[in-house]
Design a protein around this ligand. Structure first.
Ligand code: HEC
Length: 170
């Protein structure tokens, strides 16, 4: 019985010491206490993306804008392969959707949303040559509506989270 109590004492002081370290860290401000308005908005936009948009873009855009590609059979043809690979490199440099929203690539989350909105509105993506070879690969009217609604909502959220119009992000 006694040895047990003795063994418990070092354990206890270890726990107390660790607690002290954690308290000191948060006092120094190693972590912000609450998420900022911007972080909250980003989280909401991500949740809505996963719920409403990801499957649509997954079907229509991931072949070029993600690591999750399904190559067509003619990707095996020598010259065609080079053309497709170059297309994919171009696409990925602009927007990589592999890891969900916020997308990786050029620019801010808002900038990318705006770019996607432009492409969707003008039927710019997927590129016409791809649509020619893949029947039904363009966005349907319902899909366009869903993507556009998500983008409109998201841009509003970002704007109100930054407080002032000029606020916040690069
Ligand atoms: C066949 C491959 C392919 C598919 C499929 C594709 N894209 Fe692209 N995308 C590209 C290429 C290539 C570029 C780079 C074009 C350039 O550099 O001018 C690009 C660029 C973009 C850009 C940046 C445009 C700019 O200049 O600001 C956006 C936004 C975009 N794609 C959205 C989409 C969306 C949304 C989808 C699905 C609906 C999609 N793309 C499907 C190949 C593709």
């Amino acid at each position: 019985m006694r040895t047990r109590v003795k063994r418990c004492i070092p354990m206890l002081s270890l726990v107390l010491a660790l607690g002290g370290i954690a308290a000191a860290r948060s006092a120094v401000g190693a972590r912000p206490a609450a998420p900022t308005a911007r972080e909250k908005a980003l989280k909401e936009v991500t949740v809505a993306y996963d719920r409403d948009v990801k499957t649509i873009l997954g079907r229509k855009c991931f072949d070029c804008h993600s690591r999750f590609r399904q190559y067509p059979w003619y990707h095996r043809l020598p010259l065609v392969k080079n053309l497709i690979d170059a297309d994919i490199r171009g696409a990925m440099k602009n927007i990589d959707m592999s890891d969900g929203f916020p997308f990786q690539g050029r620019g801010t989350p808002e900038g990318m949303l705006q770019a996607v909105a432009d492409e969707v509105r003008d039927d710019g993506m997927p590129p016409w040559n791809y649509r020619l070879l893949h029947r039904g690969s363009g966005l349907s009217p319902e899909e366009k509506k869903k993507v556009q609604a998500w983008i409109d909502e998201s841009l509003k959220k970002f704007e109100s989270s930054s407080g002032t119009k000029s606020g916040g992000n690069k």
